[in-house]
Design a binder for this molecule. Structure first.
Ligand code: SAM
Ligand code: SF4
Ligand code: SF4
Length: 344
């Protein structure tokens, strides 16, 4: 096989090319967000099934150097629970994409404990952060996340900004009857701090039976609420493969100008432009969040496969990537893995 990473080797039969890999470093988490995990938690992966640091770095190297991947995002579970996160990031920072530059690396985190690690993460090579924050009120945060940790999350966000991570994106899952009355307050908070807020429509990736379409707070519901307080105009920035549709927010006497995005995965999916692949903490490659099958890279790697052989398995599986999540189909079934085990 002749590898031409500049052309992108991770192509699917619909013509999409994966250039962005989401690497889950653990399935564990210190929160229990209701839309992601059952209250009692899950059985964590046995240690021997979890990829070692060397194995993670090897698969990222194959993705970047052989397969044309240009961007890496570390996620989980909660990636800050991986103690060696900085070591993994520092190793990946030595890689070079086909453009001759290190891959931009970001982290998706709930922010707990980030106050102690933001600087070391930036030093290791993390430049951007997506931090989850669904509420600004202590009781409601505790209700959604099932842990009373709002204060720690806010400290983590501030620390990421102080350490120079940029942009700071704030992810908020918008939920009917839960935090819908707070969407405008969340935006005001983000505008005041220069953060980029991204609302996410809730997807059926949490505990079984925890999602109902008629309970969904849709992109339109979110925009209707925001428009009561903010002047929004659709952004003219090309969207590319970005999952969020963006609006510019005009300056007012109460707040500076900024932007806001909505990731309308349910009502306005962006699957036709999807450029993502996912690697789970136990070494399974997933072509789609909603895939019901996955490709084991860990077993062949531990059985002695060469880099080229692993790359070939990855290429073959990517070709079969499904067209989209298929949520509107009557036979739709969510994947067995919940979001925390997939890596969002
Ligand atoms: N623990 C980290 C965090 O919360 O940012 C990283 C992993 S978490 C699975 C990644 C993202 O997925 C978070 O922004 C979270 O809000 C989002 N998420 C989890 N379950 C979801 C669901 N059912 N629908 C939509 N987004 C979800
Ligand atoms: Fe943990 Fe993130 Fe899932 Fe919340 S969304 S339970 S913080 S993995
Ligand atoms: Fe990509 Fe699958 Fe998400 Fe669609 S549902 S954007 S194909 S990962």
């Amino acid at each position: 096989m002749h590898f031409e990473p500049d052309k992108g080797m991770l192509r699917d039969k619909y013509g999409r090319v994966a250039r962005d890999v989401r690497v889950s470093l653990t399935d564990r988490c210190n929160l229990r967000c209701a839309y992601c995990m059952p209250a009692e938690g899950l059985d964590w992966l046995p240690t021997e099934d979890t990829l070692t640091d060397e194995e993670v770095v090897r698969l990222v190297r194959i993705a970047v150097e052989l397969l044309g991947v240009e961007e890496i995002r570390f996620t989980g579970g909660e990636p800050l629970l991986r103690r060696s996160l900085e070591d993994i990031v520092a190793e990946c920072a030595t890689l070079r994409t086909h453009k001759g530059t290190p891959p931009p690396m970001s982290i998706t985190t709930n922010g707990l404990g980030l106050d102690k690690r933001a600087e070391s993460l930036v030093e290791a090579g993390i430049s951007r952060a997506n931090i989850s924050l669904d509420s600004l009120t202590r009781e409601r945060y505790a209700q959604i996340a099932r842990r009373d940790r709002l204060h720690d999350a806010l400290r983590g966000i501030q620390a990421a900004a102080d350490a120079g991570m940029s942009p700071i994106k704030i992810n908020a899952v918008a939920m009917k009857g839960i935090n819908e009355d707070e969407v405008a307050d969340l935006l005001a908070f983000c505008l005041d701090h220069g953060y980029h807020l991204r609302f996410i429509e809730q997807m059926p990736l949490g505990p079984a039976h925890g999602w109902r379409r008629d309970q969904l707070l849709t992109q339109q519901d979110i925009l209707d609420r925001l428009s009561q307080r903010f002047e929004l105009t659709p952004s003219s920035e090309p969207r590319g493969a970005a999952p969020a549709e963006l609006w510019n927010v005009a300056e007012s006497a109460d707040h500076p100008a900024g932007d806001v995005g909505v990731i309308a995965s349910v009502t306005n999916p962006f699957c036709t432009a999807c450029d993502r692949a996912r690697l789970t903490a136990d070494g399974q490659m997933r072509t789609c969040l909603f895939a019901t099958t996955e490709t084991d890279l860990r077993t062949p790697m531990r059985d002695g496969a060469t880099d080229e052989e692993l790359a070939q398995i990855w290429i073959g599986a990517t070709w079969e990537k499904q067209a989209g999540h298929g949520m509107s189909r009557p036979d739709f079934r969510p994947p067995e893995r919940t979001m925390s085990r997939i890596g969002g």
